[in-house]
Design a protein around this ligand. Structure first.
Ligand code: GH3
Ligand code: MG
Ligand code: MG
Length: 352
């Protein structure tokens, strides 16, 4: 029994999310469902001595199993998906039409199901074409079905079964879609929070955090300081060593800033080569020391591009947050301190 469950799990999943995309897992699930359906259809038609139709079912079953093998065990997703849907639209549907006319009991449900899976498995233009095709086939077989008045018990059971399967598939796909939507949303949120190059917070996220920390500082009556930094003569780095080198310097500067502040401080990439650090529970004096530490660390750091060593300096503006003023005025003030530092000759920290 245990062995049986193990084999069942091997075939049906759940299996490695890393190895298979969710689209691939849906395709595999669909292939398993189709194999079960074709097996049933094969047996039913065999019993009813409808040998040609039984043959078609058997052929479809073998074809589906081969595709399942390719997709599940050989990891060939795209080709399996294409082959399956081309088979369904251009071999299976015409063959059924030819053999049974349009009254093949379960076919409307079958093509509704196909539409749902098409939605999930394909992307872009192919998705659109395949959905139109499967919807057309659904309507074609459904109208054929409606003109058929005599349904026998087996056909009725079959219809009910497919209806149930459609519902189950819809529910499962619903959950999958919600999961995927959530994942994408989370990813987008993460992307808008962090700067892709330096992995520091983006300006937008930084401002949001500043507003929160200001409120917190007001309530706890703690001090809050800001340091604004700008790399000196950064244009020269780009001009002498190229933009890629400039980018790698930016990355290293960001890492250096991060290494010199506390976990609770907020480092932000404010602009191209400008950084803002929010320091909660930090006096102006302490903030000045931190700025100086970063600046001196920068002075000592050797950078290397195109086999040439060079050094980079920064200028820092430092100010204590004044909660009588809003965020823009406070940022303006620390920016002015930085500007003064630049005017006075760069590579220094200036308090405002
Ligand atoms: P100053 O000492 O007055 O700050 O001089 P500067 O050259 O650093 O200042 P300026 O503002 O004139 O130039 C900043 C340069 O930073 C210009 C721009 O090409 C470069 N820069 C901005 N963002 C990036 C980036 O993401 N990557 C690279 N490589 N360079 C950038
Ligand atoms: Mg600069
Ligand atoms: Mg600048």
């Amino acid at each position: 029994m245990k062995q049986l469950i193990k084999y069942a799990l091997l075939i049906l999943g759940p299996y490695s999310k890393e190895k298979y995309s969710s689209r691939q897992r849906v395709l595999n699930m669909y292939l398993v469902m189709l194999s079960i359906g074709f097996s049933g259809s094969f047996l039913e038609n065999l019993i009813m001595h409808n040998f040609r139709y039984a043959g078609l079912s058997l052929f479809s079953l073998v074809f589906t199993l081969i595709l399942y093998y390719l997709s599940r065990f050989r990891n060939i997703f795209s080709m399996s998906a294409n082959l399956l849907f081309l088979f369904l639209f251009f071999v299976f549907a015409p063959a059924v039409w030819y053999e049974k006319g349009l009254t093949g009991s379960v076919l409307p449900f079958f093509f509704i199901l196909t539409t749902v899976f098409t939605l999930y498995i394909f992307e872009g233009k192919r998705r659109l074409v395949f959905i139109v095709l499967s919807l057309l086939l659904t309507v074609l077989f459904a109208t054929g079905e409606m003109s058929n008045e005599k349904l026998n018990t087996i056909e009725l059971i079959n219809q009910t079964l497919f209806l149930a399967m459609t519902l189950i598939a819809l529910i499962i796909l619903g959950f999958y879609s919600i999961e995927r939507f959530k994942q994408e949303k989370r990813k987008a949120e993460e992307l808008s929070k962090y700067d892709y190059l330096t992995e520091l917070f983006t300006r937008r996220e930084g401002l949001e955090r500043l507003n929160y920390l200001v409120e917190l500082a007001k309530r706890t009556k703690q001090s809050l300081s800001l340091i604004m930094m700008d790399i000196d003569n950064f244009k020269k780095v780009n001009d002498s060593f190229g933009h890629n080198c400039g980018d790698s310097v930016l990355k290293e500067v960001a890492a250096l800033i991060r290494n010199n502040i506390r976990q609770t401080d907020i480092p932000i990439r404010w602009g191209g080569e400008e950084f803002l650090v929010i320091l909660p529970e930090t006096s102006l004096e302490k903030a000045y020391h931190i700025a100086e530490r970063i600046r001196k660390d920068m002075e000592k750091t050797k950078f290397k591009c195109k086999k040439r060593d060079f050094r980079v300096t920064i200028t820092c503006g430092v100010s204590a947050y004044n909660d009588k003023q809003g965020a823009p005025e406070n940022i303006d003030r620390v920016d002015r301190a930085l500007y003064t530092g630049k005017k006075e000759g760069k590579n220094r920290s200036v308090v405002n």
